[in-house]
Design a protein around this ligand. Structure first.
Ligand code: PRP
Ligand code: URA
Length: 236
């Protein structure tokens, strides 16, 4: 006969009772960059609206990805390059070294497309991580990272930073590949996940479009935008 009480048999809500930091506690984190661009604020409102259909949602994710790419690439290194304009020779620049983008599947695909609109000459390293909705643990199911690594920087991109589990695992995997410089780029972060990622990887920059209030008991970002993967690909 089982002696498990009915209280213990009930499935637990994974974030229930877990203390969470507030927004003000994470605003001072040194390597977190939050967009202040008015066009971003405008597009974010369209994105969050539950009436926005999947096709428009995907387009917005791409556009926000391009805006985030401008912000996240501001510190890239350059090499001088001599060119001739139609009038005379001049000293120009080219980006020094390769650039990698790691979309965390599947919701990171739209963001990666937005990055490619800005940076054409990039390597795309697909990484599949799925969050178990009961435990909120990230599980790796796909990995197309190359054997040879020769990059100036790799951007791990995923629209949602919720508990931080997927982001921390993704950066662990990239570091194990020998990547020296990594930035994490997302659309919406919860203070909880932002703090966890910053603590686990204090050496990376984190670029976000918006910092939200908290996670709900199921681990969803509030007010958030719902499920970023389902909304991009229409799989409700
Ligand atoms: C979502 C999201 C992140 C993860 C964030 O992906 O795109 O990868 O959850 O949650 P965390 O910070 O608590 O780890 P999901 O696992 O739902 O997969 P999907 O992209 O296929 O929708
Ligand atoms: N993943 C999502 O897609 N949305 C959330 O709010 C949290 C995780």
């Amino acid at each position: 006969m089982s002696n498990i009480s009915s209280q213990e048999e009930r499935p637990q809500l994974p974030m229930q009772g877990i203390p969470q930091p507030g927004r003000t506690e994470v605003l001072q984190l040194p390597r977190v960059h939050i967009s202040r661009h008015p066009v971003m604020a405008h597009k974010m409102t369209l994105l969050r609206n539950k009436e926005t259909p999947a096709a428009q949602f995907y387009r917005l994710v791409k556009e926000i990805g391009s805006l985030l790419a401008y912000e996240a690439t501001a510190g890239l290194a350059l090499r001088e390059k001599t060119i001739e304009t139609p009038l005379e020779q001049m000293q120009g620049y080219k980006l020094a070294g390769g650039i990698g983008i790691t979309p965390i599947l599947r919701a990171g695909l739209g963001l990666a497309e937005g990055f490619r609109e800005v940076l054409h000459d990039v390597q795309i390293w697909h990484l599949g991580l799925r969050r178990d909705e009961r435990t909120l643990q990230a599980l790796e199911y796909y990995n197309q990272l190359p054997h040879k690594v020769d990059l100036q920087i790799c951007y791990a991109v995923d629209p949602m930073l919720a508990t931080g589990g997927s982001a921390i695992d993704a950066v662990n995997i990239l570091k194990a590949k020998g990547i020296q410089r990594i930035s994490f780029v997302c659309i919406i972060a919860a203070p909880y996940g932002l703090l966890k990622l910053s603590e686990a990887h204090p050496d990376i920059d984190i670029y976000i479009a918006a910092l939200d209030e908290r996670l709900n008991d199921q681990g969803y970002i509030v007010p958030g935008l719902g499920d970023a993967g389902d909304r991009q690909f229409g799989t409700f």
